[in-house]
Design a protein around this ligand. Structure first.
Ligand code: LLP
Length: 445
């Protein structure tokens, strides 16, 4: 995984895209298959757009990350960042692989519990946990709450005391390290809202130790997401945390655990992110030898490459200057290109289209926004109405960032397991789309 490749000056070809994604295979008669299931069959049975996840890929990636940690001599505990993919089947499958859950809301807490993840394997992160959410976390007696500010420290102490309880907490430190990723997903700079300035951490940690209702267990850090520019920013963050652990202990304060966050990137186009082994090595270098329990909150690395968004061409529109391939998936489904200008591989499902001559095309959705554009000037074959395409690496921050904008129901989700597959979330119906809306009587008939 993640061998360092020379950056491509051109978009990867369909064959190059499939070569890096072992769950996908172009079959000369059945077309593009995910594991043993032809995508055309899923389109017929479930319709489009549909998110399709590979169970084998989820399992393989969870295991290889665990193996990398073990290989670096770390007895680390992984909590899957539920925000990356809160589908209950995905959570249950990862639970089976021994992962717990990193949650950021009551909804994610409920999803994790509904998927069978015990409270003792749940960590609560986030800058704005409400009193109601904290009360629920205490009632469930989850493993740990990561506190992100002095204000939140006081809030939780008072709440826990009023409930006659003591809660295990870690202090999320902002190490002021540049993760060199997209500005919208950088979290570890001092100008970001996340965590507590590392310079203020010793005093605040001492305060946590002194306050009733809180049992300090250690520190947490998360510097950003889709980190692909080498391992240096991770290494710097973990080294700073390691120094902080030593300093806190020298003050006589107990620190037994460090939660190392998530953030390791994946190759969507030609990025060459550090390997899982390098990530584990950076953790070991910064924090190994301190007798710490290590935790990790990976999201994208585990589930991103495990999913595709299957879509159908509505029509191909020849503009004066450009060819538009208009598909039935849109920015309300996969928001990432509109929000972060992110690149996703787009591969035709039909064997004939896969080998046909290509010409530049813009792939767009039907939503009434110019940003509803998945790609511009991509080399693609003729894709007439009804043609199917797979948008790759859509398993993380795909379905969970969907909306119903333009009154488009949420797409279905399917989990493939070998030659078998199951709908793991039904397509939203139009009744469900309108359910809950009310026209007050005073508006009149
Ligand atoms: N832990 C915390 C505290 C986080 O905030 C996040 C992600 C993670 C763990 C997991 O990070 P990962 O391993 O997945 O990089 N919607 C954006 C990504 C936002 C990430 C937010 N926090 C995207 O589509 O690229």
């Amino acid at each position: 995984m993640s061998a360092v490749l020379a950056p491509l000056s051109h978009d990867p070809s369909f064959a190059e895209l499939l070569a890096g994604r072992p769950m996908l295979r172009m079959d000369a008669s059945a077309g593009l298959c995910i594991e043993e299931v032809p995508l055309v069959r899923l389109a017929q049975a479930v319709g489009t757009p549909t998110w399709v996840y590979s169970a084998a890929t989820l399992t393989r990636r969870a295991r290889s990350l665990a193996a990398a940690l073990a290989g670096a001599g770390l007895a680390a505990k992984m909590h899957f960042a539920v925000k990356a993919n809160p589908n209950l089947a995905v959570l249950a499958l990862l639970r089976h692989e021994g992962l717990g859950a990193d949650i950021v809301s009551e909804g994610e807490l409920r999803a994790a519990r509904a998927a069978g993840i015990p409270a003792r394997d749940i960590v609560f992160s986030g800058v704005g946990k409400t009193l109601r959410e904290l009360r629920l976390a205490i009632a469930e007696d989850i493993a740990q709450i990561n506190l992100e500010s002095a204000e939140e420290v006081d809030m939780l102490s008072a709440l826990a005391m009023s409930l006659g309880r003591t809660m295990r907490v870690a202090l999320r430190v902002n190490p002021d390290v540049d993760a060199r990723t997209h500005a919208k997903i950088t979290t570890g700079r001092s100008e970001n809202k996340f965590g507590v300035d590392i310079a203020l951490a010793p005093a605040l940690y001492a305060r946590i130790c002194a306050l009733p209702g809180l049992e300090p267990v250690g520190l947490a850090v998360h510097i950003g997401s889709q980190i692909t520019q080498g391992i240096a920013s991770f290494a710097a963050a973990y080294a700073r945390l390691g120094e902080l652990v030593v300093a806190l202990r020298a003050q006589g304060l107990g620190v037994r655990r460090v939660d190392c966050g998530g953030g390791l990137g994946i190759a969507y186009r030609d990025e060459a992110p550090a390997s899982a082994q390098a990530w584990a090595g950076a953790i070991a270098a910064g924090l190994g030898g301190l007798g710490l329990e290590v935790m990790l909150e990976p999201g994208r690395w585990i589930c991103g490459p495990a999913g595709v968004l299957l879509a159908q061409v509505v029509l191909q529109k020849q503009g004066t200057a450009r060819r538009f391939v208009i598909i039935d998936a849109a920015m309300n489904d996969l928001l990432r290109p509109a929000m972060y200008d992110s690149w996703h591989g787009i591969v035709p499902v039909s064997p004939a289209a896969y080998v046909a001559a290509t010409a530049p095309a813009d792939v767009v959705g039907p939503v009434c926004e110019t940003s509803d554009t998945f790609t511009k000037g991509r080399a693609l074959p003729d894709l007439p109405s009804g043609a199917l395409v797979a948008l790759l690496d859509a398993g993380a921050y795909g379905a969970p960032m969907s909306s119903t904008y333009n009154s488009r129901p949420l797409a279905a989700e399917v989990l493939v397991h070998g030659a078998d597959w199951s709908v793991v979330r039904e397509r939203q119906g139009f009744d469900a789309l309108l359910a809950g809306s009310r026209i007050p009587g005073w508006i009149g008939g």
